[in-house]
Design a protein around this ligand. Structure first.
Ligand code: ATP
Ligand code: MG
Length: 374
C-alpha cells in the first residue's frame, strides 16, 4: 500500500510505524474517494473500473489503507488488484487524519458522471414552449447574456436564483429548456437523491457537484426540490442527515469565487420550508404562477397539436373549466384522461363529453381549486 501522502513503503507489517509517526493525528471518521485512474497512460490499461459491491470495497480499501493519512484532494493508490490505480480523496472527515479500523470509506463511482451526462442529453424543450412565467424568462435572458459575456457584469453577475411555485407550473421545464438552448454544461441534481444511506454521502456529492461545475465553468447547477434537503432549521432534527447537507451547501455556495461563472438555480414548491441561511443566499426568488385564461388557451392549443386523435372541443369553455389548474394538470389530468377515455370508448374524436369525464375523474375538483386560489 502506498499513498502520495507517505513516502515509505506501506505494507501491513510496517503500519505500526506509520501510525507511530502520525501519533498526534486524529482518526478519520469518513473518507470518500473517487476512482481517477493511473498516473500515466499505457495502452493496455483500462481507466474505468466498476465497483460491484461497495461494502466489500470498503473492507478491502480499509485493510490496505489502514494507518494512512487522508487529506482532501490528495490521492490513495491501490496496491493489490490493480496496483497504482489512483483514488482521489474527495472528502476526509476530519481532514488530515488517519484511517483506522473504524473509518468508513465510501466510493463515488459514476454517479456524478451520470448527472452530467444526463444534463448533456439534449432535451427538445425550447424556451418558447413555456407559456407565461415572464419573470422567470426575463431572468433566463439575463443569465444568457451574462454567460455570453461574463466580464461585462463584473461584480454584478447573477449567481443564485430560486424558482418557486405550485407543482406543475414549469420550473423543471424551464431549466431543461435553458440547458437545451445554452451551450454550457448543466449539472442537474434532484435533492432527494442526496439523502443517502450514510451520513456524509449527500455532503460529499454536493462537494463533488460544485467542484465539477466550477472546473467546467461557465456552468449551471440545478438543484431540483431543494426543500428536501435545505430544510428549515426547525425541521432538520427530524431528518438527521440533512443538517450536514445544508452546511455543505452553504460552504459550497460561498466557496464559488466571484470570477467563476457558476450559476446555481434551486427549485421548490415551498420556499417557506427552506433553511433561512440557504434562502438568503438566493439573490432573487422567482414565483411560477398558475396560468391565466390566455395562457391556459395557449397550453391547451399547444398540447392539442400533438394529439393522436381528432378533436371537437369548445376551447373557450375548456379554458373556463380549467381555471385554477397548472400546465401539468391540464396536460396530464384533463387532456390525457380525455384522450384515453375516447380511446376506451372506441371513439375517433375527442369531444366535450370526454373532457367532462376527465374533469369528473380528476382528484383536483375545479370548484375546490377555485376556492383555494380565488
Ligand atoms: N408554463 C408552462 N407552459 C407549458 N407547459 C407547462 C407549463 N407548466 C407546466 N407545463 C406542463 O407541465 C409539465 C410539468 O411541468 P414541470 O415539470 O416543469 O413542473 P414543475 O414546476 O417543475 O413542478 P414540480 O414543482 O412538481 O416539480 C411540463 O412538462 C409541461 O407539459
Ligand atoms: Mg419540477
Amino acid at each position: 500500500m502506498k499513498s502520495d501522502n507517505k513516502k515509505q513503503e506501506l505494507k501491513p507489517s510496517n503500519q505500526k510505524q506509520v501510525i507511530k509517526e502520525t501519533e498526534n493525528k486524529e482518526y478519520a471518521e469518513l473518507v470518500v474517494v473517487k476512482p481517477v485512474g493511473y498516473p500515466f497512460d499505457f495502452n493496455l490499461m483500462d481507466e474505468d473500473i466498476e465497483i460491484t459491491n461497495k461494502q466489500l470495497f470498503e473492507e478491502y480499501a480499509r485493510e490496505q489503507w489502514l494507518g494512512l493519512v487522508v487529506r482532501e484532494n490528495s490521492h490513495l493508490f491501490d496496491q493489490k488488484i490493480i496496483p497504482d490505480y489512483g483514488f482521489e480523496i474527495v472528502t476526509a472527515k476530519p481532514n488530515n487524519t488517519i484511517i483506522s479500523e473504524n473509518t468508513r470509506i465510501k466510493i463515488i463511482t459514476d454517479e456524478l458522471d451520470k448527472i452530467s451526462n444526463e444534463s448533456k442529453v439534449k432535451s427538445d424543450i425550447r424556451l418558447s414552449d413555456i407559456v407565461g412565467q415572464k419573470n422567470a424568462k426575463n431572468k433566463v435572458k439575463v443569465i444568457t447574456k451574462y454567460l455570453e459575456d461574463p466580464e461585462r457584469f463584473g461584480p454584478w453577475a447573477p449567481k443564485n436564483v430560486l424558482f418557486y411555485g405550485l407543482p406543475g407550473t414549469g420550473k423543471t421545464m424551464l431549466v431543461k429548456a435553458l440547458a437545451n438552448e445554452l451551450e454550457v454544461p448543466l449539472y442537474l441534481i434532484k435533492a432527494t437523491s442526496l439523502i443517502g444511506d450514510h451520513v456524509g454521502d449527500g455532503a460529499s456529492k454536493i462537494h463533488d457537484l460544485f467542484k465539477k461545475a466550477s472546473e467546467n465553468s461557465p456552468s449551471i447547477i440545478f438543484i431540483d426540490e431543494i426543500d428536501a434537503v435545505a430544510l428549515h432549521r426547525s425541521f432538520q432534527s427530524l431528518r438527521g442527515d440533512v443538517s450536514e447537507i445544508v452546511n455543505s451547501l452553504l460552504t459550497e455556495m460561498d466557496g464559488i469565487s466571484d470570477n467563476k461563472s457558476v450559476i446555481t438555480i434551486g427549485a421548490t414548491n415551498n420556499p417557506g420550508s427552506l433553511d433561512y441561511a440557504v434562502r438568503s443566499r438566493f439573490e432573487e426568488e422567482i414565483e411560477f404562477k398558475l396560468p391565466d385564461d390566455d395562457e391556459r388557451l395557449t397550453i391547451i392549443e399547444n398540447n392539442l397539436k400533438t394529439m393522436p386523435l381528432e378533436y371537437d372541443l369548445d376551447l373557450n369553455k375548456l379554458v373556463k373549466l380549467t381555471k385554477g389548474l397548472s400546465g401539468r394538470d391540464i396536460k396530464e389530468k384533463i387532456l390525457k384522461t380525455a384522450l384515453h377515455n375516447t380511446i376506451a370508448n372506441d371513439g375517433d374524436i375527442i369531444n366535450m363529453e370526454n373532457i367532462d369525464y376527465a374533469l369528473k375523474s380528476t382528484k383536483i375538483k375545479n370548484r375546490d381549486v377555485k376556492g383555494m386560489f380565488e
